[in-house]
Design a protein around this ligand. Structure first.
Ligand SMILES: [Zn+2]
Length: 181
């Protein structure tokens, strides 16, 4: 199956051992296009958010919760992205897919890069990644779905998460790094 979204090469500087490594990911600022990764970083799935009906469904269930309605819209969107994992079929090894997350460092396995940027000239890479599926979710009734979303919300730490922050602009490219708590 061909990719539904274009992927390009990125480079990352490992926050653990300092190694630079490369891996494909979605284009920067490509609205609604995600390369989901399993928590262990070993499996990937394509998500085109605007046409995924389950993402909308999870969004509706999350935003129906009074504790979520009190939060700013941007925070609500972040939470929908985190909870969405419960509606996605996990890979065979059972590690759930996340809408955000970095590829692991090939040297030390860390998924916490200190900096990242696109590799120039940013040509589209030829790699086949399957689309995310929702087979288990589709077998659930409305109450079961709501309970799963509630359980996921309860498990989330809804405190302030570190956010990507623009550190400097270098030769026309933004260098990003995450702030630490
Ligand atoms: Zn490393």
């Amino acid at each position: 199956m061909p990719n539904e979204i274009p992927l390009i090469m990125w480079k990352y500087r490992c926050g653990g051992c300092g190694t630079w490594y490369q891996h494909h990911d979605a284009l920067p600022d490509a609205y609604g296009q995600f390369l989901m990764r399993s928590e262990d970083g070993l499996s990937e799935r394509i998500l085109f958010a605007p046409t995924d009906p389950v993402l909308k469904e999870v969004g509706r269930l999350v935003r129906a919760e009074p504790s979520i309605q009190r939060l700013p819209e941007l925070k609500q969107s972040d939470i929908v992205q985190l909870v969405f994992s419960v509606a996605c079929d996990a890979p065979e090894n059972g590690s759930p897919f996340r809408m955000s997350g970095f590829p692991p460092c090939p040297q030390c396995g860390s998924r916490n890069p200190a900096a990242w940027d696109t590799v120039q000239p940013g040509a589209v890479v030829d790699v086949e990644v399957p689309s995310v599926t929702h087979q288990h979710w589709s077998t659930l009734n409305e109450t079961e779905k709501r309970n799963l979303v509630k359980a996921s919300l309860k498990a989330l730490d809804l405190g302030d998460q570190p956010q990507p922050q623009i550190l400097q602009r270098k030769r026309g490219w933004w260098i990003f790094a995450r702030t630490r708590k």
